[in-house]
Every structure is written in structure tokens, then in C-alpha cells.
Design a protein around this ligand. Structure first.
Ligand SMILES: *[C@@H]1O[C@H](CO)[C@@H](O)[C@H](O)[C@H]1NC(C)=O
Ligand SMILES: *[C@@H]1O[C@H](CO)[C@@H](O)[C@H](O)[C@H]1NC(C)=O
Ligand SMILES: *[C@@H]1O[C@H](CO)[C@@H](O)[C@H](O)[C@H]1NC(C)=O
Ligand SMILES: *[C@@H]1O[C@H](CO)[C@@H](O)[C@H](O)[C@H]1NC(C)=O
Ligand SMILES: *[C@@H]1O[C@H](CO)[C@@H](O)[C@H](O)[C@H]1NC(C)=O
Ligand SMILES: *[C@@H]1O[C@H](CO)[C@@H](O)[C@H](O)[C@H]1NC(C)=O
Ligand SMILES: *[C@@H]1O[C@H](CO)[C@@H](O)[C@H](O)[C@H]1NC(C)=O
Ligand SMILES: *[C@@H]1O[C@H](CO)[C@@H](O)[C@H](O)[C@H]1NC(C)=O
Ligand SMILES: *[C@@H]1O[C@H](CO)[C@@H](O)[C@H](O)[C@H]1NC(C)=O
Ligand SMILES: *[C@@H]1O[C@H](CO)[C@@H](O)[C@H](O)[C@H]1NC(C)=O
Length: 467
């Protein structure tokens, strides 16, 4: 009986694990590699933007780097969590001691290096096993604090070092920054010791899972659930706003902007719905927009967006200020949306700061909700007194201001990963309930009724032991 149940359960567990793997593979982490030789050269060309490197692709790539017989050591620095956002947010912070100072230096001075912005998490969890198999060498697992002893004992035979860095305590910005800095120092000391000894090595810095973008739960989750059902009947009436600039005498597209709802609320009550004006009739003047390789302004001017007896707004100007900068830690360009300005008529400009909108410069950025409400996906922060009079709500926000090609959005970097803890918990709970139900049904189908009954008048019933 017990064996039979176990047999029944195993396919279910198998299903569960396959499902988990499928879902987890949506997550991706960045990977930074640098080497003391030129083996990483020319690999960049084999990659294309916006692509998540899968496990077979990563293996193929590593096989081209690691040629056997192995002549150099391999060091794998594994952090608990890391995202490309960490690079944009912390890589250029002030002072000499930035969180990725050493990694940046190694990328710069190494004969060859490579940055993979997105590698499937599933590939990372099997990476050390894969490397061990490929290299056929001893693996030295080092936990953060024990690292010092391995810095002096440089191995005399090429080995694979898996260094588990200290977990980052992401309670607030400061603790995150300190955690990253501490790990960076450790990487720095380790690699520098080896450099002094002249040890040949290939170093890989990556993480087991992506770090969470600070994100408010609650409403954001709610709206994403709504999105799920609304996605199929997507509104095709709206066309992306298409801003062109005159370069070399020809009109080239430089900004694409799209949303399914673009509304402002003035003074807490006056709703100004700009969705139809912007995306349906395209009755908006964007001639003041300004494109360049480093700074781009999307400027939307509306004439008479509101004309009721109580409220007359003669002109409304909304600007999105974006920059494209090089961040060394990630060895690539990123675009960020830094400010949103709103100006009604000739009044003071309402300024909002934006912190969470960034993507590789070649990508577009997408978020289900962008707005002033603190519970939204990306929050606009009031940065001038006038801003207190305005609320902004943009749903299905998508923007691209650099590297626009052929009038279509590139791969979109999303503000959140789709599977939130809430959805996860629901999924796992349902599966557990399903298991219990299966077990219950199985037990019920195995019930048998008694074939004999005790007769109080007759002789006592005896059940043979052999039955
Ligand atoms: C791995 O290395 C050992 C010796 O270190 C050798 O005996 C063995 O054959 C190697 N295996 C493979 C698959 O190369
Ligand atoms: C953008 O503008 C170009 C030229 O003005 C036009 O050919 C293209 O169809 C437009 N794309 C969209 C999505 O409106
Ligand atoms: C404009 O001209 C410059 C050099 O004259 C060239 O590098 C660039 O690609 C051109 N841009 C477009 C959009 O044709
Ligand atoms: C946009 O959102 C506002 C507030 O939720 C709503 O009143 C308005 O009807 C929406 N507009 C569109 C076009 O869906
Ligand atoms: C908001 O309130 C201010 C002062 O109370 C008023 O001048 C302004 O017109 C109002 N704005 C709108 C859009 O109603
Ligand atoms: C926007 O346009 C659609 C379709 O023409 C219409 O149904 C809707 O009422 C309009 N919304 C506003 C706020 O004008
Ligand atoms: C665009 O920006 C450049 C430099 O910031 C400036 O010189 C130019 O006048 C601007 N163009 C427009 C149309 O605002
Ligand atoms: C606003 O609407 C009224 C009629 O509803 C019209 O007389 C007036 O000219 C409009 N104002 C503007 C600035 O268009
Ligand atoms: C980061 O530093 C590099 C070089 O020091 C500089 O070119 C780049 O503009 C900086 N990025 C930001 C966002 O400050
Ligand atoms: C907005 O950004 C500016 C410039 O980066 C900064 O000086 C200001 O303190 C920020 N304001 C808020 C409220 O974050």
C-alpha cells in the first residue's frame, strides 16, 4: 500500500519540479567575465541584444573559452543576488570606493572581458557542476570568510574555485551598497593576490538569482492580475507616438512612446485624459522634442486639453527627460528616464524625479503602471512645490528614446518580473491541495467493505491469520 502511494506521488512531484523549472527560467542575472588571456575576445559578436542566454548557449560559449587541457584556474564568484539595476544604481556613485570599483578595474585592465546582461538563472544553478565536469579538475568550494587562506595557497595544479560571496542584506540602499562593496573588496583582494603571483585565471562574477527591484506590493500586483485578463483583448486602436528628428536631412525616428491610459489629475479632482489625444488622434505637438545620442527630451504640448465651464487649460506641456550614459560596472550604455516636467499655461513647472526607469540603451522600457501614487509600479517623486497639484497615471507605459530602428520597439526591459511572490504562493498552495486531493481519492478507491459481519447470537467470528 505505502509503496503504491509513493509511486503515485512521484509523477506529481516530477510535474511540480518541471513546472518550477519552467517558471524559474524566466528569471535572469547578469554575468561578468574577465581573463588573463585573450580567450574572451570576439565572443561579443556571437551575442545579440535583448536575448536571455540559455543553459545550452552558455555551455557552448564556455566551451569556446575553456580549452582542455586546462592551463589556467577558474574562479567563480557567486553572489546570492544581482541585477543589472545594481550596476546602474550603484556603479557610478561618488568617491573612489564605489560598489563595483574592483570589478570595473579588472574589466578595464584585463586582456579580454565579456559582459552578459541576462543569463538564465537555471544555467547558473548548474554552472559549477558543469564546469567541474568540463574541466575534470578538483573543485574548491570557499565560503566568503575563509577566502583569505586560499589567497596565499595558490594551487599548483589548475583548479576550479567556487567562491560563495556574503549574502547582500538588501534592507535599504545603504546596506545594499555596503554589501556590494564588501564583496567587491573581497574579489579585489583575491584577484590581486593571484595577479602578483602571476597565476593565469578566468574569473566569472554572477549571482544565483536576480535581486529584487524595490517594488511596492499590493496595488501593483492587483493591476498586474487585471492585465492578465485584459492582455488578449488589447486595444489596437492606439498607435505608438512616433517622434522623428532630422538627421542628415532625412527624418529618422528617435523616440517611441506608448501607453493605454495617460491621464493627469489636477488639484486632486480634475481628470485630464490625454490618451485619445496622444495615441488615437495624435493631436499633440511634439516638435519641441530634442534627440541626441546622450540626452533626449520627449516634449508633448497639448492645446486646450480641457475646456469646461469651470476649468480652462489653454496649454499643457509634459516633458520626459532621458539620458544615455556609459556605466563602467556593466561595460555598456544605459538609458534612464530621470525627470518628468508638467507645465500648465505659464505657471511654474511641476518637476517629478524618477528613479526606477532604466534599461540597456538599445532596449525599450516597459512598465504596467507609472504614476505619482506611491502604490504604483514606478513612482514619480515630487521634486517641486508645483508638483503637489498634479497626479499622473500612465498604464502600459513603454518608451524608447535611443537606438530606435524601423519604427518598432526593441526588446522591452520590464520594471518587474512577472511572477510575484503572491502568484507563486497561490500556485504552490494549489499544487499542495491537489496532492492532498489525489491522495484522498486514492485512499477512497482502495476502501473495501467487510465480507463478513459479527453475529451477536452465533459463535464469535474468527478471522484467519493468513487472510
Ligand atoms: C579526469 O582526470 C583523471 C586524473 O586526474 C583521469 O584519470 C580521468 O580519466 C579524467 N577523466 C576524463 C573524463 O577526462
Ligand atoms: C512613424 O513615422 C514614420 C515616418 O513618419 C512612418 O513611416 C511610420 O509608419 C510611423 N510609425 C508608427 C508606428 O506610427
Ligand atoms: C548621418 O551622417 C553621419 C556622418 O556623416 C553618419 O555617421 C550617420 O550614420 C548618419 N545618420 C543617419 C541616420 O543617416
Ligand atoms: C484612464 O484612467 C482614468 C482613471 O482611472 C479613467 O477615468 C479613464 O477612463 C481611463 N482612460 C482610458 C482611455 O481608459
Ligand atoms: C488648481 O488650483 C489652482 C489654485 O487653487 C487654480 O489656479 C488652478 O487653475 C487649478 N488647476 C486646474 C487644472 O483646475
Ligand atoms: C476615446 O476614444 C474612444 C473611441 O473613439 C471613445 O470610446 C472614448 O470615449 C474616448 N475617451 C475619451 C476620454 O474621450
Ligand atoms: C536640442 O538640444 C541642443 C543641445 O542641448 C540645443 O543646442 C538645441 O537648440 C536643442 N534643439 C531644440 C529644438 O530644442
Ligand atoms: C471653450 O468652449 C467654449 C464653448 O463650450 C468656447 O466658446 C470657447 O471658445 C472654448 N475655449 C477655447 C479656448 O477653445
Ligand atoms: C560614469 O563614469 C563614466 C567614466 O567615469 C562616465 O563616462 C559616465 O558618464 C558616468 N555615468 C554617470 C551616470 O555618471
Ligand atoms: C530630485 O533630483 C534632483 C537632482 O538629481 C535632486 O537634487 C533632488 O534632491 C531630488 N528630489 C527628490 C525629492 O528626490
Amino acid at each position: 500500500m505505502a509503496r503504491c502511494v509513493a509511486l503515485q506521488w512521484s509523477p506529481l512531484f516530477w510535474c511540480l519540479s518541471v513546472l518550477c523549472q519552467g517558471i524559474l527560467s524566466l528569471d535572469h542575472v547578469p554575468m561578468v567575465l574577465w581573463s588573463t588571456d585573450r580567450s574572451l575576445q570576439d565572443l561579443e559578436s556571437t551575442l545579440y541584444e535583448g536575448h536571455i542566454v540559455s543553459m545550452p548557449e552558455l555551455h557552448l560559449l564556455l566551451r569556446r573559452v575553456i580549452v582542455s587541457p586546462v592551463s589556467s584556474n577558474l574562479v567563480l564568484f557567486l553572489q546570492d543576488s544581482l541585477s543589472v539595476d545594481d550596476f546602474t544604481r550603484y556603479a557610478n556613485s561618488s568617491g573612489n570606493e564605489t560598489p563595483f570599483h574592483n570589478v570595473q578595474e579588472f574589466l578595464k585592465i584585463s586582456p579580454s572581458s565579456l559582459v552578459l546582461p541576462a543569463v538564465d538563472c537555471h544555467a547558473i544553478s548548474h554552472l559549477s557542476d558543469y564546469l567541474q565536469e568540463t574541466l575534470n579538475s578538483t573543485v574548491v568550494n570557499v565560503d566568503g570568510p575563509d577566502i583569505a587562506q586560499w589567497m596565499v595557497n595558490v594551487p599548483n595544479r589548475p583548479s576550479l574555485f567556487v567562491i560563495n560571496l556574503q549574502p547582500i542584506r538588501r534592507i535599504n540602499e545603504l546596506s545594499t551598497q555596503e554589501g556590494l562593496m564588501e564583496n567587491d573588496r573581497m574579489i579585489g583582494r583575491f584577484i590581486q593576490t593571484w595577479q602578483q603571483e602571476g597565476v593565469q585565471s578566468l574569473a566569472i562574477y554572477t549571482a544565483k538569482r536576480p535581486s529584487k527591484v524595490p517594488m511596492k506590493s499590493g496595488v501593483a500586483w492587483h493591476t498586474r492580475r487585471q492585465l492578465l485578463s485584459a492582455e488578449d483583448q488589447e486595444n489596437n486602436e492606439y498607435r505608438p507616438l512616433n517622434v522623428t528628428s532630422e538627421a542628415n536631412g532625412t527624418d529618422t525616428p528617435c523616440i517611441l512612446f506608448y501607453a493605454t491610459n495617460f491621464s493627469l489629475i489636477a488639484n486632486g479632482s480634475e481628470l485630464i485624459d490625454l490618451t485619445n489625444l496622444t495615441f488615437l488622434h495624435q493631436n499633440v505637438d511634439f516638435s519641441l522634442s530634442n534627440c541626441s545620442d546622450t540626452n533626449t527630451i520627449l516634449s508633448l504640448n497639448y492645446i486646450n486639453p480641457k475646456n469646461t465651464s469651470q476649468h480652462v487649460i489653454q496649454s499643457l506641456k509634459i516633458s520626459f527627460l532621458m539620458t544615455n550614459k556609459f556605466y563602467e560596472g556593466s561595460a555598456r550604455n544605459w538609458f534612464t528616464l530621470d525627470f518628468v516636467h508638467i507645465q500648465q499655461d505659464d505657471r511654474d513647472v511641476a518637476i517629478f524625479n524618477v528613479t526606477d526607469i532604466s534599461a540597456p540603451a538599445e532596449y525599450s522600457f516597459h512598465c504596467q503602471l507609472v504614476g505619482t501614487n506611491a502604490l504604483d509600479g514606478v513612482t514619480l517623486i515630487q521634486a517641486s512645490d508645483e508638483a503637489a497639484n498634479w497626479e499622473v497615471l500612465i498604464s502600459e507605459f513603454q518608451i524608447q528614446a535611443f537606438g530606435v530602428e524601423s519604427n518598432a520597439f526593441s526588446y522591452a526591459s520590464d520594471c518587474t518580473s512577472f511572477f510575484t511572490p503572491g502568484i507563486w504562493m497561490g500556485l504552490v498552495t494549489s499544487l499542495v491541495l491537489l496532492l492532498i486531493l489525489t491522495y484522498g481519492i486514492h485512499m477512497i478507491t482502495n476502501l473495501t467493505t467487510n465480507s463478513r459481519f459479527d453475529d451477536p447470537k452465533g459463535p464469535a467470528l474468527s478471522v484467519p491469520q493468513t487472510e
